[in-house]
Write a protein that binds this ligand. Structure first.
Ligand SMILES: N[C@@H](CCC(=O)N[C@@H](CS)C(=O)NCC(=O)O)C(=O)O
Length: 284
């Protein structure tokens, strides 16, 4: 989604040339973008937005992404938000090694919208099984600042921001509940069962060619595997995943930050002892 000039309060970026990506190492949506840019051999300038330190709440950053989310793209002075929209835009601008095949474009857009609609489910499992509450909860003062910040998207107020704020307020109060884990876990259970059937007869999710849908689901699958979804149970999904995960260009961008490798093990032991591990709550 391209922002209108009126939405952009950090106006210095209007002068920037080239491809600039605002991203964070551990963010799944940023990982998608980095793999995409590297895969397509696009030269890009990296700007880290440290989500743990709270860079996403600064006046400067909210001035180019009123939702306070990563990633954000600045391309020759234009500002684009929403990872899937950014990749759709860049695939047209840089048509080498196309990841959005023209004959599948509508189907692919629907698949990406669906994948994006599951972002809060992915986030629930991440913040229950990988990022401990103490590290993941957001400072209420910063959330209030984001809430009161009157940024617009294409000249309009933004309903998505409310969804974000409500997630983080609930998370601050009670973390991620068992019911939320069960609801989100079951969605992924159905998805991986379907994918397993699809991948029985073809190499990739949209046929025998690798597309953006594989890239997007590779990143989500990597995260969900870390969170405890037993991907090994879905043999065809596991083969598809392993093939992609062997590629160091994919792996290096999707690797979790070191601290989270440790917290994941601690949370695994803690939840296992309580009988609340993902596979205890959802019957995969
Ligand atoms: N639909 C958005 C979702 C972006 C999103 O939620 N990004 C997360 C990181 S994966 C974020 O910036 N979170 C902000 C925070 O943790 O405060 C997209 O695809 O770009």
């Amino acid at each position: 989604m391209k922002l209108d000039k009126i939405d952009i309060k950090t106006t210095e970026v209007l002068e920037w040339k080239g491809v600039h990506l605002f991203h964070f190492q551990g963010s799944a949506c940023s990982q998608k973008l980095r793999i995409f840019l590297n895969y397509k051999n696009i030269d890009w300038v990296s700007h880290e937005v440290n989500l743990i330190k709270g860079d996403q709440f600064s006046e400067w950053y909210l001035g180019i992404n009123p939702r306070g989310l990563v990633p954000t793209l600045v391309h020759n002075g234009d500002v684009h938000i929403e990872s899937n929209d950014i990749m759709t835009y860049l695939d047209q601008e840089f048509p080498n090694t196309k990841l959005f095949p023209t004959n599948l474009i509508n189907e692919i857009k629907k698949d990406l919208d669906y994948q994006d609609s599951l972002h809060f489910d992915l986030r629930r499992l991440t913040f229950r099984y990988i990022v401990p509450h103490i590290l993941g909860k957001k400072d209420p003062k910063k959330i209030d600042f984001k809430e009161s910040h009157d940024g617009t998207i294409q000249g309009q107020g933004d309903a998505y921001k409310e969804k974000e704020i409500s997630f983080w307020k609930k998370h601050y109060d009670h973390g991620i509940t068992d019911d939320e884990v069960i609801e989100s876990g079951n969605k992924f259970k159905d998805i991986y069962s379907k994918f397993d059937t699809i991948l029985k007869n073809q190499n990739f999710l949209k046929g025998d060619e690798f597309t953006i849908v594989d890239l997007a689901w590779y990143v989500s699958t990597k995260r969900l595997y870390e969170a405890g979804i037993p991907i090994d149970k879905y043999k065809n999904v596991k083969n598809w995943f392993d093939k992609l995960d062997k590629d160091s260009n994919f792996k290096k961008e999707a690797n979790p930050i070191f601290l989270l490798k440790i917290t994941k093990v601690i949370l695994k032991i803690y939840n296992k002892l309580k009988g609340k591990y993902l596979t205890d709550l959802v019957d995969f």
